[in-house]
Design a protein around this ligand. Structure first.
Ligand SMILES: [Zn+2]
Length: 322
């Protein structure tokens, strides 16, 4: 345990020094500083990820007390960000029958901001708050999968609280992703707004853990008009923004059906999915807050925010080409 901590401190100090090559060397005590951001509240982002992936959330399994506790936290953070409920509720309940023939109840959390110029058109930004729960006595905390995407939802919502978007933006924290994209399927089957008014899904699932500073944007193979704006964003991004993992010939490396964006894709709603390649802690009890790459995470969320802002501004041209 100590060794791991020491390694982390070492990594953190190396990255903070390389980020400020022109400045005077920081004294040894301050090298473990967490990353800061001019655009989002980095401290809050990390705190939210840490809270959602703490042991007392019990791995956020669907239909468990830990899942309910996580959901309460999501609702509270949505309210703090000023997100409004749709149809008088932040909650969308659904159920399904699992492999053991038991009925399972799930609940999505939904909030939105009305757009300034195109309030009738909706961009839906998503992440899943459920994870694997407790298995064989071990808690699967899912700090990257997908506490990172949910904490990013809050960061994005807080940005748009101050700077109202042109289109309406719906933020959804899905339940039941790990049980087979259950929450996103329920959302698309009975959307809170007309399905035809949803113009884009931006899905985030695992955006906090990559040792090579690589973030993928996936989906432009299906929706090529979304590629040029992402290429422009990649040029100024502080992460290596790569485009791909969306071609059928890539087999299991084609991520088209591997997270909640697939429900939107099946309904012919364009999507962009942001995520990282699988890592050593993927679907393991070690997917903990201490193992995410904090600097990478903050820069990844800044990059995704840049993408959402760009799509919000330029959506008409995206629609035309589809
Ligand atoms: Zn996931």
């Amino acid at each position: 345990m100590k060794q791991i901590l020491f390694l982390l401190i070492l990594v953190a100090s190396v990255s903070s020094v390389s980020a400020q090559t022109n400045s005077v060397k920081a004294p040894a005590k301050t090298v473990v500083n967490n990353p800061t951001s001019q655009i989002i509240n980095a401290k809050q982002l990390l705190r939210d990820d840490e809270t959602l992936s703490a042991d007392d959330m019990q791995g956020r399994g669907i239909g468990t007390p830990g899942g309910a506790k996580a959901r309460e936290y999501v609702v509270a953070r949505f309210k703090e960000a000023g997100l409004k409920p749709l149809n008088n509720s932040y909650l969308q309940a659904f159920d399904f029958t699992n492999r053991s023939n038991e009925k399972v109840n799930g609940t999505n959390v939904i909030g939105y901001f009305a757009g300034k110029n195109n309030p009738e058109k909706y961009i839906v930004v998503t992440a899943h708050y459920d994870h694997l729960g407790i298995r064989k006595g071990e808690i699967y905390n899912g700090a990257d999968d997908d506490a990172s995407g949910v904490a990013a939802l809050f960061a994005l919502a807080n940005y748009f609280k101050e700077k109202r978007p042109s289109h309406s933006i719906i933020f959804v924290a899905f339940d039941g992703e790990e049980s087979g994209l259950r929450g996103s399927n329920a959302f698309v089957a009975t959307p809170p707004v007309k399905k035809e008014s949803i113009v884009l899904n931006v899905n985030m699932d695992m955006v906090a853990h990559n040792d090579k500073n690589e973030l993928y944007a996936s989906g432009t193979y299906h929706y090529p008009a979304l590629k040029p704006p992402l290429e422009t964003i990649a040029k100024s991004a502080k992460v290596k923004l790569l485009i791909g993992h969306d071609r059928p010939e890539q087999k299991s490396d084609d991520w088209t059906n591997q997270s909640d964006h697939f429900a939107f894709h099946q309904a012919k709603i364009p999507f962009i999915y942001f995520g990282v390649e699988d890592h050593k802690d993927y679907h393991k009890p070690t997917d903990d807050f201490v193992n995410i790459n904090k600097e990478f995470y903050v820069r990844a969320v800044e990059t995704i925010l840049d993408a959402v802002k760009t799509f919000d501004k330029n959506l008409p041209s995206i629609e035309k080409s589809n």
